[in-house]
Design a binder for this molecule. Sequence first.
Ligand SMILES: C[S@@+](CC[C@H](N)C(=O)[O-])C[C@H]1O[C@@H](n2cnc3c(N)ncnc32)[C@H](O)[C@@H]1O
Length: 371
Amino acid sequence: MNNLLQAGTLKPTLIFPAGMPRSLEYLEKCKREGQSVIGSSSLAYDVSREKYPAWTYLPYITDPEFNNSLKNVIEEFDIGGIYTPNPVAWSYLNRVLKNINADILLVNEWPVTDELSGYRAATSHARQMFDQPLSLASSLPAKASISQLEIATLFRHGNVIPGMCDDEKISALCEIARYSTKGDVVEIGSWWGKSAFILARLSRCYGIGKTLCVDPWSSEHAVQNDEGGLVDSCIPNYDCEEALRVFEMNLLPYSANDINYLRMPSTAGAKHYGKYKNATTESFGSTDYSGKIAILHIDGNHSYEAAKADIETWSSYVVPGGWIVIDDYVWPYGNGPKRVGDEYLAENLSRISAAFVMGTALFLQLEALVR
Ligand SMILES: C[S@@+](CC[C@H](N)C(=O)[O-])C[C@H]1O[C@@H](n2cnc3c(N)ncnc32)[C@H](O)[C@@H]1O
C-alpha cells in the first residue's frame, strides 16, 4: 500500500519535480483550492519557478545528499505532503519517505494510474459494447463494426473534449452509424465540439459523408427559456468566442477537408445549406456538401419554438434510411425537445422504421426505400 494522503492538508504541499506538465496542472488545482504549495526541482534554473509562490532546490534523487536535503526542506517549510507525477521519483519516495520523515505522505497515487485511467476507461467501454451489442431493428443492413480498438480510441479522444455527450449516447451513436446510409452528417449545436468529434469520426470510419456543424456561438441565441431559468442563468459565465476557438482546436486535427461549420442560427444555416451546399471558414477552408443528410443531430437551443424550427427547417434534407437524433429528449429543465420529438414521431409514424431513447436522446430512423 502506498503512502496516500487525502488532499486538503493545511500545511504546504511540496511539488517535485515542479516543472512537469502534471505538476503545473496540480499547482493550478492547489491555487484554485487555496492549498499552499512549494515548487522544487533539481535544475540550477527551472523556468517553471516563476509560476510558484515559493520555491526550493533539491538535488536529484540519485544524489547521496537527496534524503538529507529533503528532510531539511520538510522541516524548514513545514511541509504537509509531497506531490510527484514522476514515476521514478514517486517509487523512490514511496519506499524511503517513512525513513526521512515518518509524518509526511505522498498526496498522489502511482502516477501511471492517473495517466492511463482515461485509456483504461475507454478500453473498458469498448469491451462492454462488444460484449453487449445493442440490437437495432433498422431498415438498413448493418455494416461490419469498426474494431474494438477504434471504438476505444473514439471514447478516449471524445472524452478529452469537454461537453455534454455522455458515454451512453456515444455508444448509441456508434451503433446507428453502422446502420447509416451515405450523406452529410449535420449537427445543430456543437459548442466545444464533443459530439461533433464523435459524429465526424464515426462518419469517417463508416464512409458516411462530410460533417457540418451549425451553431451561432452567440449568447443571444443561447437563451433557452428553460423552466426555472437555471440553464439561462449560466449564460453570462460562458465565453462564446472562446467556445468557438475550443471547437476549432478540438476538430481541426481530425479534419481532412471533411469537417466545417456555419456560424449562424440553425434556420439561417438550413437556408445556406440548401442554397450553397458549402461551408467556408478561415480555419477549415472550403467544404462542399452533398445537400442530403444521413445523420441529423439536433442539440441546439432547447426551447420548444427553437427545437421545432430546427426539425422543420432541416428534416426535409434527411434521406430515406437517414437518422434524426434529438438530444435532451429527456431533459430536467423543460420539455421542448420531447414535445418536438413526439410531434415529429406522431406526424411521420408511417415512414419511421426505428425509434428508441438511449441516455437522454431520441433516435429516429426514416424508412429506407430499398431494403
Ligand atoms: C448543449 S450545447 C451543444 C453541446 C454539444 N452538442 C456537445 O455534445 O457537446 C447547445 C449549443 O446550441 C447552440 N445553439 C443555440 N441556439 C442555436 C440555434 N438557434 N441554432 C444552432 N445552434 C444553437 C449553442 O450555441 C450551443 O453551442
